[in-house]
Design a protein around this ligand. Sequence first.
Ligand code: NAP
Length: 287
Amino acid sequence: MQLLDGKAVAVKKRQEIAENVEEFIQSQQRAPGLAVVLVGEDPASAVYVRNKIKACEQVGVLSFEHRLPERTSLKELQTLITRLNQDDQVDGILVQLPLPKRLNEHDVLSWIDPQKDPDGLTTENLGLMLSGRARIYSCTPNGVMEILKHYDISIEGKLAVVVGRSNIVGKPMALLLQHANATVTVCHSRTPDISLHTKQADLVVVAAGKKALLGKKDFKQGAVVVDVGMHREVVDGKTKLCGDVRFEELDGWVSAATPVPGGVGPMTITMLLHNTLQLAKQRLEVG
Ligand code: NAP
């Protein structure tokens, strides 16, 4: 089984991004900027935000961190996002999800200027992606495509199954695979027998958010398996990450698979940096 090493692909891609950021700085006399907004105290979200800020530093993207207390009102959040929309130093605005339950995610995302939406979650950017005219593609699915490209895994004409249909992962993943000419099936929580579908597939992308959901018996021999799932568990006092797939069962059965950690995760952040730079360049063109 070939290990699809997202960490190694990310290192290479980040080097490329850092060079492009440097060129941008030389020509514009400023760095691309990413604002990260975190509401509340969710520990996993705090880790993700910290990693995003660190990654920005690595490639020369400016980051602006906005940590707001759990009690933040919709109005306060709207005021901040409006200000960031108008700030010329900010090319991307990322609101870390999930938000506290009382804040309607759809409302909050709708306030982000689509020209500054590196996650591709505004209605306009989702529509552009659907019609094949995307400004940018959602970070995680785009990161998966980069991994497949790096390892020369052909997609055209293949049977692909995506498990999960969220706006941030499953749906744009299915779209990107269709754009690459795969025949795509999407499974979700109401699919009676997921295995029936995954066992036929040449390529399976699993993004269900259910720990250890699938294993060897769910995949065709020689299939390619990409595990987007990310779960934290504490073992002997140490935090461990694991995915939606029982990775340890796959060797000797599937042809290639991503591990967790070290698979899709590093590529998600990498594509966030890529998208921020893309948006910065596109704003120049728009004027
Ligand atoms: P989400 O919004 O909770 O969506 C999960 C999707 O999976 C839903 O469409 C749901 O179906 C489906 N699903 C849930 N249980 C299922 C089951 N038993 N069988 C089949 N489908 C099932 O989650 P998400 O934001 O897409 O994220 C998915 C996972 O990826 C999470 O573990 C998340 O932490 C991880 N993630 C990782 C990265 C990374 O960088 N590695 C980035 C983003 C997300 P319904 O639509 O029917 O509810």
